[in-house]
Write a protein that binds this ligand. Structure first.
Ligand SMILES: Cc1cc2nc3c(=O)[nH]c(=O)nc-3n(C[C@H](O)[C@H](O)[C@H](O)COP(=O)(O)O)c2cc1C
Length: 191
């Protein structure tokens, strides 16, 4: 079957660095024969997790919003690529909203013991400072992937990404993103 690669974009800047690199990675995945789908989280209606713990009983979130579509895609994908700008040494708030709402998927795995079929994930992070800190975002996004039953893999860190067109003007970084997408599919060709 054709593998599905899901991209989650945590940047509000269209054609910004995260957007550009995520789409390049998805192009790489398509070159390997994958179907791809992408959610621009900043343009979706996603409320914060209320910590009501209702999902602990059935694995479903009580909130009805655009996260419904993201849940379905996160469960269906063979590979997930999360891209985010670094904001105050962490992931963006748009990415974090979706991560926290994924508590419902965590509950399916860890509370209700409902296994997910094998999936892999990778991470793309862009920051303006040459000496930017990526470790917080990497740690949280790895925990997110592991928590929803997806094995974390490659991480592409892009420091010095000053200005939204930085990545677009760097063929070497674009190629690294495309390679990340290609590798995602070649290492996890799906069912
Ligand atoms: C609210 C906010 C906080 C930021 N915090 C950091 C930071 O802690 N470290 C850093 O290097 N860059 C920081 N930046 C810069 C962005 O990470 C950088 O511009 C990045 O390339 C944006 O990616 P994008 O084009 O995908 O939106 C911040 C930008 C914003 C808007």
């Amino acid at each position: 079957m054709t593998p599905l690669v899901l991209g989650l974009n945590g940047s509000p800047r269209r054609d910004g660095n995260s957007d550009t690199l995520l789409r390049e990675a998805l192009r790489g995945a398509q070159e390997q024969g994958a179907r791809v789908t992408v959610f621009d989280l900043a343009f979706l209606n996603i409320s914060p997790c209320k910590a009501c713990e209702e999902c602990f009983s059935n694995g479903d979130c009580v909130i009805r919003d655009d996260m419904d579509r993201v849940y379905a895609a996160l469960e269906e994908a063979d590979h997930v690529i999360v891209a985010s700008p670094i904001y105050f040494s962490g992931m963006s708030s748009y990415a974090k909203l979706a991560v926290d709402r994924s508590q419902a998927l965590w509950a399916r795995r860890k509370v209700l013991d409902r296994a997910r079929r094998p999936g892999t994930g990778s991470i793309v992070l862009c920051a303006a400072q040459p000496d930017a800190r990526f470790d917080n975002a990497v740690s949280e996004l790895r925990a997110f992937l592991l928590g929803i039953g997806i094995a974390p893999g490659a991480v592409l860190k892009v420091p010095g990404a000053e200005g939204r067109s930085f990545a677009a003007g760097r063929p070497d970084i674009l190629e690294r993103a495309r390679e990340l997408g290609r590798d995602a599919v070649s290492t996890n060709p799906g069912p």
